[in-house]
Design a protein around this ligand. Structure first.
Ligand SMILES: NC(=O)C1=CN([C@@H]2O[C@H](COP(=O)(O)OP(=O)(O)OC[C@H]3O[C@@H](n4cnc5c(N)ncnc54)[C@H](OP(=O)(O)O)[C@@H]3O)[C@@H](O)[C@H]2O)C=CC1
Ligand SMILES: C[C@H]1O[C@H](OP(=O)(O)OP(=O)(O)OC[C@H]2O[C@@H](n3cnc4c(=O)[nH]c(N)nc43)[C@H](O)[C@@H]2O)[C@@H](O)[C@@H](O)C1=O
Length: 313
C-alpha cells in the first residue's frame, strides 16, 4: 500500500475497523474511504456496487459484520447468518468487479470445529461439527473464507482471510446481554463496585478457556498482513495464550477493584470448551502481539469509563 492509496475500511466505526482506521491514519495513509451503515447498508447489493464503482478503492479492510457474544449469536440466529453472508457476497463480488488490488477479510476463531484439537491450526477448518450457539455466524464466516479462495482460484483476485481470536479494546460493545464476555464483565464488576454489591454473577461454569487479543494489536496485524501476506490459505491471529473464564473474571475483578464474591449461573451456555489459536504461521512471518492481557483490560476499563461519561454528558 502506498501512503496515498485509496483504502476502504468497511466497518470503521466498529471496534476493529476503528482501530485499523486509527493505525492507518497515524502511519500517514491519507486517502481513507469510510461509510457508516446508515450511509451505505452493505446488505444492499446495488448500493455496494454503485459505491465501489464511484469510489474505486484499491485496498479493502473488511471489518464490517453483525457481531455479538454467545447469547446474541444464539438469539439472532437468522440475522447473524443472513447479514454476514450477504455483506460478504456484496463486498467480495464488488471488489472482483472493480479489480481492486487487495482485500483482507476478517473471520473468527469460531469457524473451527467445536472439539478440534488445541491449539487450532489453520488446516482444521471443516474437519468437524461447529458449536451450536454460533453455528450461523461461523457458517457465514466460512462462506467468506471460501469466497476469498474461489475468487482467487477462478479470477486471480488477491483476497486474503485473517482469523482473529476473541477481541476486546477501545470502542467495544458493553451491552449487558449482547456483548462478549470481557466487556460484559468490565461493566458488571464496575456496576457492582459502584452499587456496593457483595457478589457478581457470571454466565456458565467458568471452566471454558478463551484467548483474548487487544483490538489495536489486531489492527497492527491486519496492516502487516495486508503488506506481507498474499496466500490462499487463512491465517490465525492471536496471542497463543488462553485462560479460563473464571481466571478472566478474577483478573477483571482485580483491575476494576471489586471486592465481593463471584457466582456462576450455570443455566447460561458455556459454548466451545476451548478456542486457542495456533499462531506459529503468523510468528514465522514476523508478527507478534504487544499488549498483554492485564494491561489491555486496564486500557479497556478506562475506555469503558470514558464512554460512560460521554454518554452521561
Ligand atoms: N469482537 C470480537 O471479539 C471479534 C470480532 N471478529 C471480527 O472482526 C470484525 C469486526 O468486529 P468488531 O469490530 O468487534 O464489530 P463491531 O460490532 O464493533 O463493528 C462492526 C461494524 O460493522 C458495521 N456494520 C454492521 N452491519 C452493517 C451493515 N448492514 N452495513 C454497513 N456496515 C455494517 C457497523 O457499522 P456502523 O457502526 O456504521 O453501524 C460496525 O461499525 C468482524 O468481522 C468480526 O466478525 C472476529 C473475532 C472476534
Ligand atoms: C468471538 C466469539 O464470540 C462468541 O463466542 P464465545 O467465545 O463463546 O463468546 P462470549 O465472549 O460471549 O463468551 C465466552 C464465554 O464467557 C462466558 N461468559 C460468562 N459471563 C458472560 C457474560 O456476562 N457475557 C458473555 N457474553 N459471556 C459470558 C460464556 O458463557 C462463554 O463461556 C461467538 O458467538 C462468536 O461470535 C465469536 O466469534
Amino acid at each position: 500500500m502506498k501512503k496515498d492509496s485509496r483504502v476502504y475500511i468497511a466497518g470503521h466505526r466498529g471496534m476493529v475497523g476503528g482501530a485499523i482506521t486509527r493505525h492507518l491514519k497515524s502511519a500517514g495513509y491519507s486517502n481513507l474511504i469510510t461509510r457508516t451503515s446508515s450511509e451505505l447498508d452493505l446488505r444492499d447489493q446495488a448500493s455496494v456496487l454503485n459505491f465501489f464503482e464511484k469510489e474505486k478503492p484499491e485496498y479493502v479492510f473488511f471489518a464490517a459484520a453483525k457481531v455479538g457474544g454467545i447469547i446474541a449469536n444464539n438469539t439472532y440466529r437468522a440475522d447473524f447468518l443472513y447479514d454476514n453472508l450477504i455483506m460478504e457476497c456484496n463486498i467480495i463480488h464488488a471488489s472482483y468487479l472493480q479489480k481492486i488490488t487487495k482485500l483482507l477479510f476478517l473471520g473468527s476463531s469460531c469457524i473451527y470445529p467445536k472439539l478440534a484439537p488445541q491449539p487450532l491450526k489453520e488446516e482444521y477448518l471443516l474437519t468437524g461439527s461447529l458449536e451450536y450457539t454460533n453455528e450461523p455466524y461461523a457458517v457465514a464466516k466460512i462462506a467468506g473464507i471460501k469466497l476469498c479462495e474461489t475468487y482467487r482460484d477462478q479470477y486471480g483476485c488477491n483476497f486474503i482471510s485473517v482469523m482473529p481470536t476473541n477481541l476486546y479494546g477501545i470502542g467495544d460493545n458493553y451491552h449487558p446481554q449482547n456483548s462478549h464476555v470481557l466487556p460484559a464483565l468490565i461493566r458488571r464488576f464496575h456496576e457492582a463496585k459502584v452499587a456496593g454489591s457483595t457478589s457478581v454473577t457470571i454466565w456458565g461454569t467458568g471452566t471454558p478457556k478463551r484467548e483474548f487479543l487487544y483490538a489495536d494489536d489486531l489492527a497492527d496485524a491486519c496492516i502487516f498482513l495486508m503488506e506481507n501476506y498474499a496466500e490462499k490459505e487463512l491465517i490465525n491471529v492471536g496471542t497463543g495464550k488462553d485462560l479460563t473464564i473464571k481466571e478472566l473474571a478474577e483478573l477483571i475483578k482485580e483491575v476494576v477493584g471489586f471486592e465481593g464474591e463471584i457466582n456462576y449461573d450455570t443455566s447460561k451456555p458455556d459454548g466451545t470448551p476451548r478456542k486457542l489459536m495456533d499462531v506459529t504461521k503468523l510468528h514465522q512471518r514476523g508478527w507478534k502481539h504487544k499488549v498483554d492481557l492485564k494491561d489491555g483490560i486496564t486500557l479497556a476499563y478506562h475506555d469503558f469509563l470514558q464512554s460512560k461519561s460521554r454518554a452521561e454528558r
